[in-house]
Ligand binder design. Structure first.
Ligand code: NAP
Length: 235
């Protein structure tokens, strides 16, 4: 209502601003909904619980948030998105892109920038963005990456390590200019996870992940909340 009174109108298909009310999960869902419209859409997150990594306001601060927005006292920040390519298509991850095989042990060769890095055996692999480092990546024992660092992180999921099969085992934090490729004779039973979405990999042999050169998430913020305060409030 307040926004309408101030000349804004609702446009579900091609919005300039997307107000997301929920949690970090809801925020990610909203970004996926407007993946083809990211050059225009700017996202504003309002959390219904605590503070989130994608949300700066709680629902009880709604009026303050609207006032700040209408006064134009907001700043825009952009964040990278991961792009994953297989023979079947292109997938995007704001938090992470992962391969998970709960059905059988997954073998795969891991290439970094086209060079063989290791052969991995285990349940799967997760490649996360800086923003996603506090999500699935953290549950896998990955490092939390401070906001502002242009990094991505690769984490094993229950890797098998003995004298026949060796892989890094530790989370690998690397520059976000790197390209990671997973290749296997068979990904039968595996799922490709891109944030909240999953896709079967049965007829796929290769997944290449890099930071998308085209797509970025544009977030608007009205408050300066330090990354450390955010971390402290959540964990
Ligand atoms: P979801 O219910 O939307 O999210 C699962 C939980 O992860 C929620 O508590 C959510 O926070 C939190 N979360 C999402 N992004 C986060 C971030 N960047 N930093 C810290 N916490 C974050 O589940 P979903 O729809 O299946 O998947 C969405 C995301 O959840 C995935 O991208 C994945 O990273 C994460 N997830 C994690 C695990 C795990 O750690 N084992 C398992 C499944 C999914 P809110 O309560 O604020 O929404």
């Amino acid at each position: 209502m307040i926004l309408k009174k101030n000349g804004y109108f609702q446009n579900e298909n091609t919005p300039d601003f997307v107000f997301v009310i929920g949690g970090d999960g809801t925020f990610i869902y909203a970004v996926h909904k407007y993946l083809d419209h990211l050059d225009r859409a700017r996202f504003f997150g309002i959390h219904t619980g605590t503070l989130g990594f994608y949300t700066d306001y709680r629902d009880r601060d709604y009026e303050e948030f609207i006032d700040t927005f209408l006064r134009g006292e907001v700043r825009e920040y952009t964040y990278p998105i991961l792009e994953g390519r297989t023979e079947n298509g292109v997938y995007y991850g704001i938090n992470e892109i992962r391969i998970e095989n709960a059905a059988r042990t997954q073998n795969m060769d891991v290439y970094i920038n086209g060079r063989l890095f290791e052969t991995y055996r285990g349940t799967g692999m997760c490649v996360s963005t800086q923003l996603g480092s506090t999500a699935y990546n953290r549950s896998l024992g990955g490092a939390v990456i401070e906001e502002g660092l242009n990094l991505i992180e690769m984490c094993e999921m229950a890797g098998i390590h003995h004298n026949k099969y060796r892989s890094l085992k530790a989370p690998f934090v690397m520059n976000d200019t790197n390209r990671i490729t997973f290749v296997s004779e068979s990904f039968a039973g595996a799922l490709l996870g891109a944030d909240n979405e999953v896709f079967p990999m049965d007829d796929v042999h290769r997944l290449e992940i890099r930071v998308s050169p085209e797509k970025r998430v544009r977030m608007i913020k009205g408050r300066d909340i330090s990354y450390f305060d955010r971390l402290k409030s959540l964990f």
